[in-house]
Structure formats: structure tokens, C-alpha cells
Design a protein around this ligand. Structure first.
Ligand SMILES: Nc1nc2c(ncn2[C@@H]2O[C@H](COP(=O)(O)O[C@H]3[C@@H](O)[C@H](n4cnc5c(=O)[nH]c(N)nc54)O[C@@H]3COP(=O)(O)O)[C@@H](O)[C@H]2O)c(=O)[nH]1
Length: 839
């Protein structure tokens, strides 16, 4: 059944070394473990690779058995080297039991890092006959490790000291620069309170600072922080409020401003003496000018009349205004409308009262760019006590703010789309949940998944896939209200948070906006891409009271939307929990059923109306549980479809049906044809045609005895691809029919192009043909249309003599249904053939 284990499973006991014998016994377990299990022979040929290994490498289960491991999984530049290593082990009969990490190449060209544990396998005589490897995919761990190291490196190479402070003002985290600033090892500083470090800051002072941070979101302060020797270091600290994993922190970026203080003091002195110095000794003036000119901060001297009297070169560098342009102008030439009049009034009041003001101000450069600066403004009084000048010292904070912003973006935003990432989304969700609970409001989460995104990635490449995600994010942003938060959860998954929802129906309106957003095709690097969405909706408080629960229930509803055929939305219902558990139970049992070969095929005859003879039979799978219970396919085929299990299961069904039919053909029933149902996922496999060809070759069945039944809706998913695959199958010599005809949306023009030989009218129409005029008309129309297109017609679900009469009159070619026979097991079907029974 499961071809991927055939080589090992079919090997006779004597041929197998002990290790592989043990492995043969362990197959049922190896088939389901999440570790990659690989056995290669001495030439590197794959004897066994479990489903986990096949899935990781992006191949259909079983496809790699018998292939050369180095060719399929090792990159060309390492292939020769690893092949030689194996050859050495075999030649020198060396012991091998080691751990190694190396990359494997997946079908789509991506590399995954695997941690392997390899052991040689020996024959009874001690000869090396192969290598047994168990591997764990550690790519994500490695990437996470690298990302962490990069973040760590960026933080620790920053020149600014970074502190994460808790609500109690304790140090939770610091970088290397912080330890240098305070001259203490990091271990000593973590958990210390800021009040133990900053002069004049007590518990009450910290609390006031924390509250200010909660209200305004940031602070800029100067203070003296004691280092290890108890010496006060003047420090400027910029804090931002940050919420991480549900906990509030003050993210403080601090810098030693000793140099700047010195410069300011010098400049203060300069300013005080400036006026005097202009008139005093030449050498004194020269000295003052030198200090003025070489300062790294911009300095502006403004006269009592409010006009600039002098600026230094650093001022020009920062603002873009030359000295000539600035002189005799008002400092208002730098002004930015960021601050209201109230801000300036408060500033001048403080200068009047204390003689100086220090704070952060937004100004505008000559080229119009706005920039943040730290401004220290001092009033200079003459000997008469009157203010005769103001000296402003400005420090450009653009770079500092930019690095703070970058740090924030990296932590909370998705680099590809610019949308909030999962962690910021959860944060906002938790915040909104508190608000909604206080205000008794409703909220909704939309969990959005792109349909068949993998197909776009596979066909157009990952760069196009990324571009599509960017474009979709842009369209979502432009359609949603400012109050609705959209985020990218990862991969092809997005989420939208809708706050203050009046009624559940409003969530549908927002969902509709998302559907509208993707309605027009996307133009990507010369390609046109169409995409649809599946959306799950959960409501607060009905479907969950915390972020985790709401995301989980919305995700479940999204899965249901996919199962309902994609391109739609579903609200979460409590029944989904029970159904999800039931599906999981069936999925687990199915895995064992596959290994234990618990499936059987029944065959339902199809009868030719012109002769009354059985001319073919539809193979219908049943699951016979160890307790004898028979599970109908309607229960487990959909679960197998959703998981990769339909691959090996479909392969087994096709093989079993072909083998059985070959026996019947060889027993003299050469006119028989077996019809096998093909599910969507099977048909969409890239190598489906090759798989069918391999089964025909392996079972020795002449292709003219095989028919594939493919549903109408499946053929319409990707018409061109379907035409291509069906044409190749036809060229092999087998025939195809369209199953469940009438229930989907076939376009007649496409129908003409599909290389098919028959339509099977769905039983839902046949059931009522003698009692419902509409159904009778539909069936008549289908038969006449099919005949016009030179297609045969098979009517299924024929249960009564009246059905039969009606279909005979329409000149339908074949019938199938309980009227003639229910599906029979192979033995009973053989009896039916022997009896020569006909209509
Ligand atoms: N991918 C695969 N799908 C399969 C396979 N085997 C079955 N199936 C699909 O499962 C669905 C249910 O199948 P089943 O329970 O076997 O029912 C089939 C017949 O028993 C039933 N039938 C036939 N005649 C009558 C009738 O006169 N009355 C009546 N009430 N039911 C009848 O119809 C089912 C056959 O349907 P169809 O395939 O559309 O011809 C079903 O969708 C199967 O396709 C499998 O191996 N692979």
C-alpha cells in the first residue's frame, strides 16, 4: 500500500541485516514520528525515508525511495565530498556513530539545516551495508539563533546605553554600553532600582516619572547617575513606553553628557563673557572664538531684540543655514508647527524665572526637513542685571531617534509588509480586550489566509510571492479604517482586529472589504496573479476572552472556510471545537490504518443499456476497522484530503483496483473497465500522470481497462492545467469521465476542450427524475448536450424501474445504482460476473 516503505517492507528476512530487521518491525512508528528517519544502502540509494523526511524535502510520500540520496538532497558543491565520505566508510569498514549538522536541498531549491545522528548498518559478516540516519530539522532554531545574535550584537555594539526598566523602576535588561557607562558588571546592575543609581531620585520620584511615561509615552531628562566609584556621571535619558509580552517597560536610552556639559559650561562662560570679550583684549576674544568655533553643538547668540547676532560652524552643519543667512534673522526661521503656542509660553516663563531652559524641540532645517534637537537656552544678563543676550546650544538628535525607531520597527513590525507583527498584534489585542471588558464592548478578529498561495510561490518563485504579500498588505491597509488593526501573523496569514463592534454583521462588512481588496488581479514582474481569501471570524466575548482563545477560534473558523471550498468566510461556532477534535481522532487512526492496510475496495457495476451487460465497475474504498466496523468513505476521504494522507491512500486504491481488474481480465472478462475516483489533491500533484503510468506498469494492467473519475469542480480549479494532465493521461490510453456532473459550474466552452469520454449525471438529479419536472428537464438537457458534444452519459443513483425507463428513453449509454446492484466486495463481484447476470 504505502509504496515508500515497500523496498524495506518487501525485503525478505534473510536479506536484511539485524538493524534493518529491527527497523522493519518499527515501520509503523517510524512512519508517523516527527524525526526524519533515513536508511541508505552502501551506494547511497534510499532504502527508507519516512513521511516526515519526504514532506520536509517537499516530495510526495514514497517518491524518493530507490533514488540516490546525494543527488536528491545534497547541494552540488557538497555532493562529491559526502559521496566520497560514504564510499570511505564502506571501503575501510569504519565505525560510524556520530552527530553532524548539514544542509539538505528541498524540491523547491530551499535549504534546510538538519542535525543528523548517523550509525552504520552491517551485514551479519560485519560488512558495512548502509547507513541509518535520524535527523531533526534545526533550520528554524538556527535562524532564530542568528536573529537573536544579530539583535544582541546590534544592541551590544550600540554606543548608547540601553536599559529596560520595570514598573518598580528596576533594571530588567541592559546592554554592554550601559555597563560601561556605570562602570559595573551587568550582573550587578540587573534588578537594581534606578533610584539607587540616580542622585535625588526616590521611590515617589520614580512613580511620578512612570506615570508621566504612561500618559505621554516618552520622557527626556538629565540627571546624575552614580558609577561604581560613587562618582556622579551626568546622563541624558530618553525613555519610551514599551509593552512586551503583556508587561509594561520603560525603554531608556541613556548617554554620558559629560563632554556636552563641559562644552555647555564653557559656552556659558563664553556667552557671559562674549559681550565683554568683544570689547576686551584681542587674545581673550581669540580664545573665546576658538571655543565657540570648535564646539560640536550648534551655538546661536541672539540679541535682546530677538535677532541672531552670531552662529558657529556646527549650527550651519546642523541646520543648513550659513552664518550670512542666519545673521540678523529671527530664530523663528527654524520653527516647526510641531509645537503650539502654549509650549513656547511655558518655555519663556521658565527662562524668565530660572534664567535657562533645557528640553527637546522639533525644528526645521533649511531644506524643509524637520528634526528633533536637544535645546539648552540661557539668558545672559549684563552688569545692570538686564538680559542683553540669549545663547542657544543645540544638539541634533536625528540619529538617536532613528536608531530608537529602527529598534522599535524590528521588534514590532513585519519587515516584508510593514504591518504590525504577531507580537504587536497580540499586544494591541490584549490592550483592546481590557478596554472592551471595562466598557462592555464587542470586538471581532478576522483570521485571513490566502488560498493556494503556495501555488504562486511554486510557479512564480519566492520573490514574486513576497511581492504579492506586500501588495496585498497595501490593499488591506488602504481599505480598512484607521481604527482597525491589520497585521501579518506570518507566512500567508493576516489578522484584522475590529474594535467597538456594534453587531456581528459589521465584521462581515469588513470581511467584504478584504474580499474586494483582492478582487482585481495583481501585476507582479510581468505576471498577472489572482488570489482569493479564506476568512475565519471570532467575536469577543462570545468566542474567547483572551487573545490566545480568540486567535485560536478565528483560526479554526478559517480552516472551516477552506474546507467549504475556499474564497469564503465562516463565523466560529462551538461545534467546530468538537469537529476539530473528531477530525484529529480520525486523522490519527487513518495513519495507523494506512500502515496496517485496513482498507478494502468494493465494486459497483455499471450496466450498458443497449446490451444490458456489466461493462465496467466503479471502485469504492471502505475502511474496515480491526473490530470489523465498516467506515464509509464520506467520513475519512475528506480528512485524508486535508492531510497529506490522500497521497499514499490514493496510490493504494489505484494499485489495488488495477491489480484486481487485471485478475478479472485474465479470467476472461476482457471487456471490463474499472473506474477509480481521483481526489483533488491527488490530481493536483505535479507528478500525477507519472504516478498513474507507474501503477499501470507495476500492475501490468492495459490502460484501456482503466477509467479515472474526476469531479467537475476539480477540473475547473485550474482549467489549463487540467486540460494538460488529462491530455497526457489520454495519450497513455486510458479514459476519463466527469463525476457528479451538474453539481458544479462547468463552462460549456471548457467542457468541449477537456479530453473526456463521458459525463456521470449526479445521483441527486436522477433520484427525482420521475417525480420532479425540473430534475427531469435537467437530466434531458444534460443527455442531449453530452450527445451533441460526442460524450457518453452514465446515470448514477438509478434505484427504480421508472428511473431506468426514463433513462432508456433518453438513450443514456450506461446506468449505475442500487436498482441493478449495490457496491460488492471483490468476491461477490466475481460471483456476479460468473452468473452472467444482465439487466
Ligand atoms: N477519492 C476517492 N473518493 C471515493 C473513493 N471511494 C468512494 N469515494 C467517494 O466517497 C463518496 C461516497 O462514496 P460511497 O459511500 O461509496 O457511495 C457511492 C455509492 O455507494 C453510492 N451509490 C451508488 N448507487 C447508488 C444508489 O442507487 N443510491 C444511493 N443512494 N447511492 C448510490 O454513490 C457513491 C458513488 O458516488 P460517485 O463517486 O459520485 O459515483 C463518493 O463521493 C465517492 O466518490 C475512492 O476510492 N477515492
Amino acid at each position: 500500500m504505502a509504496s515508500h516503505v515497500n523496498l524495506l517492507r518487501d525485503a525478505s528476512e534473510e536479506n536484511l541485516p539485524a538493524t534493518l530487521k529491527n527497523m522493519q518491525q518499527a515501520l509503523p512508528i517510524l512512519d508517523i514520528v516527527k524525526t526524519i528517519i533515513l536508511a541508505i544502502d552502501r551506494k547511497g540509494r534510499i532504502i527508507y525515508l519516512n513521511p516526515t523526511g519526504h514532506q520536509l524535502l517537499g516530495h510526495e510520500i514514497g517518491a524518493l525511495i530507490g533514488r540516490d540520496w546525494f543527488d536528491v538532497a545534497i547541494s552540488p558543491n557538497r555532493r562529491q565530498q559526502t559521496r566520497e565520505a560514504l564510499a570511505r566508510i564502506v571501503r575501510d569498514n569504519t565505525e560510524l556513530n556520530h552527530y553532524v549538522e548539514h544542509d539538505v536541498v528541498c524540491a523547491d531549491g530551499r535549504m534546510r539545516l538538519i542535525a543528523w545522528h548517523n550509525t552504520v548498518v552491517r551485514e551479519a559478516d560485519g560488512e558495512v551495508c548502509g547507513v541509518f540516519c535520524s535527523g531533526a530539522d534545526i533550520t528554524d532554531q538556527r535562524d532564530a539563533r542568528i536573529a537573536l545574535r544579530m539583535a544582541d550584537l546590534s544592541i551590544n555594539s550600540a554606543r548608547e546605553a540601553i536599559f529596560w526598566l520595570t514598573e518598580e523602576g528596576r533594571i530588567h535588561f541592559i546592554n554592554a554600553a550601559a555597563a560601561v557607562l556605570l562602570g559595573r558588571p551587568r550582573g550587578q546592575l540587573v534588578d537594581m532600582r534606578l533610584s539607587e543609581l540616580e542622585e535625588g531620585l526616590d521611590e515617589a520620584g520614580w512613580q511620578a516619572r512612570w506615570e508621566r511615561l504612561q500618559q505621554s509615552g516618552s520622557w527626556t531628562l538629565e540627571g546624575l547617575w552614580r558609577n561604581a566609584r560613587g562618582v556622579g556621571v551626568p546622563v541624558e535619558s530618553n525613555a519610551a513606553h514599551i509593552r512586551f509580552e503583556g508587561v509594561d517597560y520603560a525603554l531608556v536610552v541613556a548617554r554620558d553628557i559629560r563632554q556636552r556639559r563641559d562644552a555647555e559650561e564653557k559656552l556659558h562662560t563664553v556667552a557671559q563673557t562674549f559681550h565683554q570679550a568683544m570689547m576686551d583684549a584681542e587674545d581673550h576674544v581669540a580664545l573665546t572664538r576658538k571655543a565657540f568655533a570648535s564646539a560640536i553643538e550648534g551655538v546661536v547668540v541672539v540679541g535682546a531684540d530677538g535677532y541672531i547676532e552670531s552662529v558657529n560652524p556646527a549650527f550651519t552643519e546642523i541646520t543648513g543655514y550659513s552664518a550670512e543667512e542666519a545673521l540678523d534673522s529671527s530664530p523663528a526661521l527654524l520653527h516647526h508647527d510641531h509645537h503650539g503656542q502654549g509650549f513656547f509660553n511655558a518655555m519663556w516663563e521658565e527662562i524668565e524665572r530660572t534664567g535657562s531652559w533645557v528640553g527637546e524641540v522639533w525644528n526645521r532645517r533649511r531644506d524643509g526637513e524637520s528634526f528633533p534637537q536637544r535645546l539648552a537656552l540661557t539668558a545672559i544678563r549684563g552688569s545692570d542685571g538686564e538680559i542683553n543676550h540669549y545663547v542657544a546650544v543645540i544638539h541634533d538628535m536625528t540619529e538617536l531617534r532613528r536608531s530608537e525607531q529602527e529598534l522599535h520597527m524590528q521588534t514590532f513590525y513585519d519587515a516584508l509588509t510593514g504591518l504590525p507583527n504577531r507580537s504587536l498584534f497580540k499586544d494591541r489585542l490584549a490592550h483592546s480586550l481590557r478596554q472592551a471588558s471595562r466598557m462592555n464592548e464587542q470586538m471581532a478578529i478576522l483570521f485571513v489566509n490566502l488560498d493556494l498561495f503556495k501555488k504562486i510561490n511554486d510557479s512564480l518563485g519566492h520573490a514574486c510571492g513576497d511581492e504579492l504579500l506586500r501588495l496585498i498588505a497595501g490593499r488591506f491597509k488602504s481599505r480598512l479604517r484607521d481604527g482597525d488593526t491589520a497585521c501579518r501573523l506570518g507566512g500567508d496569514e493576516f489578522a484584522v482586529l475590529i474594535e467597538n463592534l456594534e453587531q456581528a454583521q459589521d465584521a462581515v462588512m469588513v470581511t467584504q472589504k478584504l474580499f474586494d481588496a483582492v478582487e482585481q488581479p495583481f501585476q507582479i514582474r510581468g505576471h498577472e496573479a489572482h488570489i482569493t481569501l479564506s476568512v475565519g471570524i471570532s467575536l469577543y466575548p462570545a468566542d474567547g476572552e483572551d487573545a490566545e482563545a480568540l486567535l485560536r477560534t478565528a483560526d479554526m473558523a478559517m480552516t472551516r472556510a477552506k474546507q467549504a471550498g475556499r474564497n469564503n468566510f465562516q463565523f466560529y461556532t462551538a461545534a467546530m471545537d468538537t469537529q476539530a477534535l473528531e477530525r484529529l481522532r480520525i486523522e490519527n487512526q487513518l495513519r495507523h490504518a494506512l500502515v496496517n492496510e485496513e482498507f478494502v475496495l468494493h465494486y459497483q457495476p455499471k450496466v450498458e443499456l443497449s446490451s444490458g451487460r456489466v461493462v465496467s465497475m466503479e471502485a469504492l474504498v471502505r475502511w474496515q476497522k480491526p473490530d470489523g466496523a465498516m467506515v464509509p468513505p464520506g467520513v475519512f476521504i475528506p480528512v485524508a484530503e486535508e492531510t497529506a494522507l490522500i497521497g499514499p491512500m490514493g496510490d493504494w486504491i489505484l494499485r489495488a483496483a488495477c491489480l484486481q481488474t487485471r485478475q478479472w481480465v485474465e479470467s476472461g472478462y476482457d471487456h471490463l473497465r474499472v473506474a477509480v475516483n481521483i481526489s483533488a489533491r491527488q490530481f493536483q500533484q505535479r507528478d500525477f500522470v507519472q504516478q498513474v503510468q507507474a501503477v499501470l506498469e507495476d500492475t501490468g494492467l492495459n490502460p484501456r481497462h482503466l477509467e479515472l473519475e474526476i469531479t467537475e469542480s476539480l477540473m475547473m480549479v485550474d482549467v489549463e492545467q487540467a486540460i494538460e494532465s488529462l491530455s497526457q493521461l489520454k495519450a497513455l490510453g486510458l479514459c476519463m469521465s466527469v463525476d457528479d456532473f451538474g453539481t458544479g459550474y462547468s463552462s460549456l466552452s471548457y467542457l468541449k476542450r477537456f479530453p473526456i469520454h463521458a459525463l456521470k449525471i449526479d445521483q441527486s438529479f436522477v433520484r427525482e427524475i420521475t417525480t420532479d419536472a425540473d430534475d427531469a428537464a435537467i437530466v434531458s438537457a444534460i443527455v442531449s448536450m453530452a450527445h451533441n458534444l460526442n460524450l457518453e452519459v452514465v446515470a448514477e443513483g438509478v434505484e427504480t424501474a421508472e428511473h431506468l425507463e426514463f433513462l432508456k428513453k433518453l438513450q443514456c449509454e450506461e446506468i449505475q445504482g442500487y436498482y441493478f446492484s449495490k457496491p460488492l466486495d471483490a468476491k461477490a463481484f466475481t460471483e456476479l460476473l460468473k452468473s452472467g447476470r444482465s439487466l
